[in-house]
Design a protein around this ligand. Structure first.
Ligand SMILES: [Fe+2]
Ligand SMILES: [Fe+2]
Length: 410
């Protein structure tokens, strides 16, 4: 068993022991000493261990711990707002501090009645833990959680390019790589004390599908979290966002990057990408039904317009409606060969205007509220740039111009 896995096992054993025995009990002392030793073993191999609990997955540094997949405690901790746990070898951690930390965990996990008479001493120690910043954070969480991982999106973009090349070459969908990209994006979003929304800036027009896939995945996850979905759903939605335009691998490059309007025949080819995408995804025999549905539905408007045309009109999946809005947002924010990029306020005004006809009204409202609130946390970056720390800036509404009737979207 690796040191991080051994440590987590000892950690939850200690939690259970502390939940059973009162302070001063011999079993409790033994358990704390065991945890202290296990932590030292861990710190010997890694002076700054960092665990992330993301739904049913535990990630150590940037590496998922496969042994702990579906480990019940990963979701229990993440459900009570412990999505990150880190230790710092520079600060000696005593058993007393470990005990105070475990007590705080027990309170959060509701494993015993909360006792507000004892002050928790974890803040000044080498133990840091907390939630990823969704919604309102308590002051304590904001203080204890620190960003430690420098993120770029270079590897993720490289993986997406490779994935598209594979598909163009007739290979099947490399699912584990796609999952790794989504996991990595989720970690980039939650590397610090508040949620960051890292978006990739388009440098070359022919790179659009790469940057767009990553951006839609990130924004879909941000929106899914914002509306309160759990970690597992958030990642499924992130996968669907990443793959929504896969069908474009079947479209000739010169058509994809055409610097002008499409004629009717070209439009027909372009509009085949939802069906093609769903086909590619369903051909993999993995359980990617949601991603296939989203690929199929992401250009269908709430009023039944868009494409493909449904023979028997029905409501689209919730995930499709989320992806649809994020898709349009990223498409309009990006400079294309046939039009300039739109400023964010103009795109938000467009989404508000089309709420209830093109976009689901409630989701559109959630999206525009989220973007306005998280504006300081949206980081538009180049592939080789590091994700910056969020900066709180006062919002200054920019002038909003009239929206054209129907812009091209991705
Ligand atoms: Fe798209
Ligand atoms: Fe699309």
């Amino acid at each position: 068993m690796s040191a991080p896995v051994a440590f987590l096992h000892t950690f939850v054993q200690s939690l259970s022991t502390l939940a059973l025995y009162p302070p001063g009990h011999a079993s409790r002392e033994r358990s704390l000493e065991g945890l202290h030793l296990s932590l030292h073993d861990l710190l010997d191999s890694d002076p700054h261990p960092l665990f992330s609990f993301l739904g049913n997955e535990v990630v150590y540094g940037r590496r998922p711990l496969h042994e702990l997949r579906d480990w019940e405690w990963g979701s229990r901790l993440s459900d009570v707002g412990i999505q990150r746990l880190e230790f710092d070898a520079k600060t000696a951690i005593t058993t007393v501090e470990l005990e105070a930390f475990l007590e705080e965990m027990l309170d959060r996990l509701n494993m015993r009645p909360a006792d507000s008479s004892e002050a928790r001493q974890t803040r000044e120690t080498g133990i840091k833990y907390g939630a990823i910043g969704v919604g309102d954070e308590t002051e304590e969480q904001a203080q204890v959680v620190t960003a430690t991982i420098a993120f770029t999106l270079g590897e993720e973009a490289e993986t997406i390019r490779w994935m598209h090349d594979e598909l163009e070459g007739g290979q099947s969908l490399p699912l584990s790589e796609a999952e790794a990209v989504v996991r990595s994006l989720a970690m980039a979003m939650h590397g610090g004390s508040v949620t960051m929304v890292p978006l990739l800036r388009l440098r070359e027009f022919d790179e659009y599908t790469t940057t767009h896939s990553l951006n839609v995945s990130v924004m879909t996850m941000a929106l899914a979290e914002w509306v309160g979905l759990g970690a597992e759903d958030v990642r499924q939605f992130g996968m669907a966002g990443l793959m929504h335009d896969l069908g474009k691998v079947k479209i000739p490059k010169d058509l994809l990057n055409k610097p002008g309007r499409f004629d009717e025949a070209e439009r027909k080819i372009m509009n085949s990408h939802p069906v093609e995408g769903a086909r590619i995804i369903l051909a993999t025999e993995h359980h990617l039904d949601l991603a296939a549905v989203v690929a199929y539905e992401h250009h269908i408007l709430i009023n039944g317009g868009g494409y493909p045309t449904l023979k028997y009109p029905r409501d689209c999946h919730y995930a499709s409606k989320l992806v649809h809005i994020c898709d349009v947002y990223d498409a309009l924010r990006t400079k294309r060969p046939y039009r300039d990029s739109w400023p964010a306020p103009k795109v938000l005004a467009y989404i508000e205007e089309k709420a209830g006809t093109e976009f689901d009204g409630k989701i559109a409202h959630e999206f525009t509220t989220m973007i306005r609130k998280w504006e300081p946390q949206i980081a538009v970056m180049n592939e080789d740039e590091e994700l910056p720390a969020p900066v709180a800036t006062p919002q200054s509404p920019a002038p909003v111009g009239p929206a054209p009737a129907q812009p091209e979207s991705g």
